[in-house]
Design a protein around this ligand. Structure first.
Ligand SMILES: Cc1cc2nc3c(=O)[nH]c(=O)nc-3n(C[C@H](O)[C@H](O)[C@H](O)COP(=O)(O)OP(=O)(O)OC[C@H]3O[C@@H](n4cnc5c(N)ncnc54)[C@H](O)[C@@H]3O)c2cc1C
Ligand code: SF4
Length: 483
């Protein structure tokens, strides 16, 4: 098939037989569900842009297996240029959708597995890489969305998987047959899960010998027998069920996450990419995390939208020329472009791994993600400062349309004579959406916890910093002997 169109993607989802629950009920038609559909539209953008000549260079690549043109989201990075384009693609799509477009987690899982399956085969004489490449070819050929499933529910955080009161707190192998394995457990917070054709499971942390059953990685069709999805709530999500669209803020796009339960699910051997090789779980987690921390280029694109909205709100209020407002807009841009520097830097300083896959610079990817845990919060704070209190006290779209109240809203929420009150309301709702509503899930809390909570990056930074080199530099300059 090669490159799917957005329309073909939507149709392909309709053919899936997913078991999805939301608000305590089974969702029979996932694609047209009003809460879920905006998130499908965001993923569809990754298909749509790949067909536009002006974005072709960023959105597509040549497969290193087939030589065919493929969507970059299914590509294994073959150069520094590929890594840099991946960062630019994230910013582009963040700006286009103003939210999470969900496709990066699968791309990062594929790239991490390409490194780790090769490394495992080198040490253990297994043939995981060959299996993985066959799977990859299938994903590329059919232009599929893969849900990257790493995070287990984890139960009591002070205990390792095998010591948990409930052994299923981490996903594990419960049985092995001649045809494959049977797994049980769950993956939490799964981005874009019900918009995906495939799910790629990876261990959530470095495992020890006693946790061997938990050292498992595999891929399955998203509608495989025994997989159940329970869609997560987002703040203000039921606004999508109301009459009118204005109060949604972002009237086109959204994201979603789900708890994905694996209720004794069979995985055939050809889809198993790690089975007991606990000594490679650390490499898999570290490579995936580094790629995914780079992927937070998306926050720069969403930041572009928020900065644009803040500038518009300032103009609508007639304060855009005030020196403190101009300075705040500069600060927002400074923070946002600093994030962009980080995701470009970790890509530009990337390295070729054994097997040929390019990996971002791990230290810089962690520094970038650590900035992501902070800067969007400050950008959001400034946006709310500029927006004014009306952003959270604004009556509803229905009040704007009602003959009883419309005249009062039009009269008292009017600012500049040339700005329709409705447009002012729209931009305030967008800022609300990005900083408190459905999109704040991706722009704020996910910036904090996604791809690992802040402490995970601090651990990696302390591990990767060459302290000896710094001490040597200092000692040399002040005349202390360097042994
Ligand atoms: C919106 C969103 C989307 C996401 N999408 C995906 C996805 O698509 N795929 C995926 O696999 N994951 C996804 N994640 C999961 C993300 O990687 C996790 O949220 C993150 O790793 C933190 O895990 P947790 O949420 O279980 O937090 P917790 O583990 O509960 O952490 C809470 C706090 O406790 C601390 N803590 C935890 N364990 C310990 C410990 N042992 N010792 C000391 N301190 C500890 C943490 O540092 C943190 O400060 C997503 C998360 C969010 C919020
Ligand atoms: S939060 Fe960003 S990196 Fe993660 S899947 Fe969504 S768009 Fe991609």
């Amino acid at each position: 098939m090669g490159l799917m169109t957005a329309g073909q993607y939507e149709e392909s989802l309709r053919k899936l037989n997913l078991v999805v629950y939301q608000f305590g009920r089974r969702v029979e038609n996932v694609v047209d569900d009003p809460i879920i559909r905006p998130s499908m539209s965001s993923v569809a953008k990754t298909y749509e842009l790949a067909h536009l000549p002006e974005h072709e260079d960023i959105m597509t690549a040549r497969s290193h297996i087939s030589g065919k043109k493929i969507n970059r989201f299914t590509h294994i990075h073959q150069s520094i240029d590929d890594l840099v384009k991946k960062s630019k693609m994230g910013r582009l799509l963040g700006r286009e959708t103003g939210c999470c477009f969900q496709r990066c987690v699968g791309m990062d899982a594929l790239n991490a597995l390409s490194i780790v399956t090769y490394a495992m085969d080198g040490k253990h004489g297994t043939s995981y890489n060959e299996r993985f490449l066959k799977y990859l070819e299938y994903v590329q050929e059919n232009d599929l969305i893969c849900n990257g499933a790493m995070t287990d529910p984890k139960g009591d955080r002070s205990l390792p998987p095998s010591k948990q009161p409930d052994p299923d707190a981490y996903l594990h192998v419960i049985r092995e047959t001649k045809d494959g394995i049977v797994v049980r457990g769950a993956k939490a917070h799964q981005t874009g899960a019900v918009n995906s054709h495939e799910v790629i499971v990876m261990p959530t942390m470095t495992m020890r010998a006693e946790d061997k059953a938990y050292a498992v990685s595999f891929a399955l069709p998203s509608d495989a027998d025994g997989i159940v999805y329970i869609v997560g709530r987002q703040s203000c999500d039921t606004r999508k069920l109301e009459e009118g669209v204005l109060d949604q803020g972002n009237i086109l796009f959204g994201g979603h996450e789900a708890l994905v339960v694996f209720d004794d699910v069979f995985v055939p051997w050809e889809r198993v990419f790690m089975h007991g090789e606990y000594d490679f779980t650390g490499l898999l987690v570290e490579s995936f995390a580094a790629y995914h921390r780079q992927s937070y280029a998306c926050k720069v694109g969403v930041g572009d939208v928020l900065i644009g909205a803040a500038q518009t709100a300032a103009e609508y209020n007639g304060v855009e020329k005030a020196s403190h407002i101009r300075d705040k807009i500069v600060e927002m841009n400074h923070l946002n472009e600093t994030l962009f520097c980080g995701c470009i830097a970790c890509a530009s300083e990337g390295n070729k791994m054994a097997g040929g896959t390019y990996l971002v610079d791990v230290l810089l990817a962690n520094v970038h993600k650590h900035n992501v845990t902070r800067f969007p919060f400050e950008i959001a704070r400034i946006a709310q400062d500029i927006a004014g209190g009306l952003m959270v006290t604004l009556p509803s779209e229905q009040d704007l349309r009602s003959p009883e109240t419309s005249k009062w809203l039009e009269k008292y929420f009017k600012t500049r004579a040339d700005i329709p009150t409705e447009e002012r309301m729209r931009v305030l709702r967008l800022i609300e959406n990005l900083t408190l509503g459905t999109a704040a899930v991706g722009y704020l809390t996910e910036s904090l916890h996604g791809a690992g909570s802040p402490q995970a990056q601090r651990v990696m930074i302390s591990r990767r910093i060459n302290m000896l080199e710094k001490q040597k530099a200092a000692k040399k300059l002040c005349g202390i002997d360097i042994a």
